[in-house]
Design a protein around this ligand. Structure first.
Ligand code: PLP
Length: 341
């Protein structure tokens, strides 16, 4: 099978498994796991933040961040297509007790004007705006990179309006590889940043939340409350460190693969690529010949290619380190064979 469903389907290779087996470990709930501490320090340095916390998942990172930044009844402004609003099982309402003000946008990236218009005037009968969350790269929009100059303007707006800034940077690594802008250059505009080690980097588990010492101290308490305190987690942190050191530059290959795939899909009359092109490793396209996404996905599965539905007539294909150039060539041939009229 050529599995293009997600960049989370990768499996640890022998070298990563060897790094995991050799990890020095301790009980991290007692703060005694040296490999977890090393990962946390490495990510804090990389993002130029005071501290960082190893967390089981990207969802938990985002939800801890919302909890630290807000009080129940507060309002969080974010893109209507964001992961937090769409794919976290309603956790923002259930756990932090906040309401989400969902701002519409073209490619997952509301402008500073859109956020400005979304900030309420401050009457006591209104929910209190407290936080802006951005997503870079943006999953639902198709791995789109948030332009840095727009982020700067939104951060200025947030400062003026006394709002916090959180970045869902599950794929911040991809944004940096695509633009050459270091992760810290993006991160400096945010009070908290979440990054995932288990997406394109290929670690089996784990995300890291970074911020000030004070923010991370509070986050530590909520991680425990949410059941995310782990014991000999150094085995997982070792995989994350290995992934950062060895798999980071390979993200560029995933981006090239996504471009090749998009070129093939874009040339077929059955499909229409989302406008704006492909920035990183995610290709989103619509089926425009009257068939449903499910019908197309079943045909593709039969010939050995997996993708996921992203709407009734929308499909997502994601490239990753376990998909080779040969796989991309085969998937392209199969797509042409099935859909070139
Ligand atoms: C943008 C974004 N944020 C957060 C997450 C959540 O990560 P996890 O699956 O580790 O909870 C994902 C997962 O795909 C994502 O795409």
């Amino acid at each position: 099978m050529i599995d293009l469903r997600s960049d989370t389907v990768t499996k640890p290779d022998q070298m990563m498994r060897a790094a995991m087996a050799a990890a020095e470990v301790g009980d991290d709930v007692f703060g005694e796991d040296p490999t977890v501490s090393l990962l946390q320090n490495t990510i804090a340095d990389r993002l130029q933040k005071e501290a960082a916390l190893f967390v089981p998942s990207g969802v938990m990172c985002n939800q801890i961040a919302l909890r630290v930044h807000t009080s129940p009844g507060d309002e969080v402004l974010l893109d209507a297509g964001s992961h937090i609003a769409n794919y976290e099982s309603g956790a923002a309402a259930a756990l932090a007790g906040v309401q989400l003000k969902q701002i519409q946008s073209e490619r997952g990236h509301p402008s500073v004007q859109a956020f400005n218009e979304g900030i309420r005037a401050g009457f006591y009968w209104e929910p209190r705006p407290r936080l802006i969350c951005l997503e870079n790269t943006h999953n639902k929009a198709g791995g789109v990179v948030y332009p840095l100059d727009e982020i700067e303007k939104i951060a200025d707006l947030a400062r003026d309006a006394d709002l916090g800034m959180h970045l869902d940077g599950a794929r911040l690594w991809n944004a940096s590889i695509a633009t050459g802008i270091p992760e810290a250059e993006y991160a400096r505009h945010f009070d908290s940043v979440s990054v995932c080690m288990s997406k394109g980097l290929g670690a089996p588990v784990g995300s890291v939340l970074a911020g000030t010492d004070e923010f991370i101290q509070k986050a530590h308490r909520f991680r425990k409350m949410y059941g995310g305190g782990m014991r000999q987690a150094g085995i997982l942190a070792a995989a994350a460190l290995y992934a950062l050191e060895n798999n980071y530059t390979g993200l560029a290959t995933d981006h090239e693969h996504a471009q090749s795939l998009a070129a093939v899909i874009g040339a077929l009359e059955t499909f229409s690529l989302r406008p704006g092109g492909v920035d990183t490793n995610i290709v989103i396209f619509d089926v425009i010949d009257g068939r449903s996404a499910t019908e197309i996905l079943e045909d593709l599965k039969e010939v050995g290619v997996l993708m996921v539905p992203f709407g009734p007539t929308t499909i997502r294909a994601t490239t990753h380190r376990d998909v080779s150039s040969e796989d991309i060539r085969s998937a392209s041939d199969l797509l042409r064979k099935l859909y070139d009229s």
